[in-house]
Design a protein around this ligand. Structure first.
Ligand code: ADP
Ligand code: MG
Length: 156
């Protein structure tokens, strides 16, 4: 499927991308954040949640052990997942992702751990180091044609 690629110069630019994504996020949206340890998945998630909350001091702990942390914000409930410690993809059902995304949105780090248990309509953001220490390449792709039609217009 078609992809879009952005060069992000530094952490501030990553935060601006997260703010832009916060502005288009709505009910049922799932963003899968791919990338190695230290790529910037949590940095992106924290900035998106703070922007959405309108609170630059919002505490966004890493859900490494709890796997999911849910934020009841005024316009939307956003769940932040870190699946690094998921042992079996089936565990995702126990986390209730379907319920969380029925009316809310979700940001998912380490989506590869979920196997086939993620919604087909998800947007995939792949973050990779790119040259200089703080530079990143962020690639947008779609998990399915349904995902493409769900997201394309809003990303334009
Ligand atoms: P991940 O969740 O992917 O493991 P983190 O967001 O926890 O990664 O860590 C990314 C680290 O890289 C942070 O220490 C952050 O300050 C740093 N960093 C440097 N440049 C960038 C950038 N352009 N985007 C995101 N993080 C960056
Ligand atoms: Mg992380």
């Amino acid at each position: 499927s078609p992809t879009l690629s952005l060069t992000i110069a530094d952490e501030a630019a990553m935060e601006r991308l997260a703010e832009d994504m916060a502005a288009i996020l709505g009910p049922g949206d799932v963003i899968a954040l791919s990338g190695d340890l230290g790529a910037g998945k949590s940095t992106f998630s924290r900035a998106l949640l703070r922007a959405f909350a309108g609170d630059p001091a919002l505490e966004v702990p890493s859900p490494t052990f709890t796997l999911v942390q849910t934020y009841d914000l005024k316009r939307l409930t956003i769940s932040h997942l870190d699946l690094y410690r998921l042992e079996e993809p089936e565990e995702l059902e126990e986390l209730g992702l379907d319920d969380l995304t029925a009316t809310g949105a979700a940001l998912i780090e380490w989506p590869e751990k979920a196997g086939r248990f993620l919604p087909a309509s998800r947007l995939i953001l792949s973050i990779a180091h790119s040259g200089a220490d703080d530079a990143r390449e962020v690639t947008f792709s779609f998990a399915s044609p349904a995902a493409e039609s769900r997201w394309t217009e809003r990303l334009a």
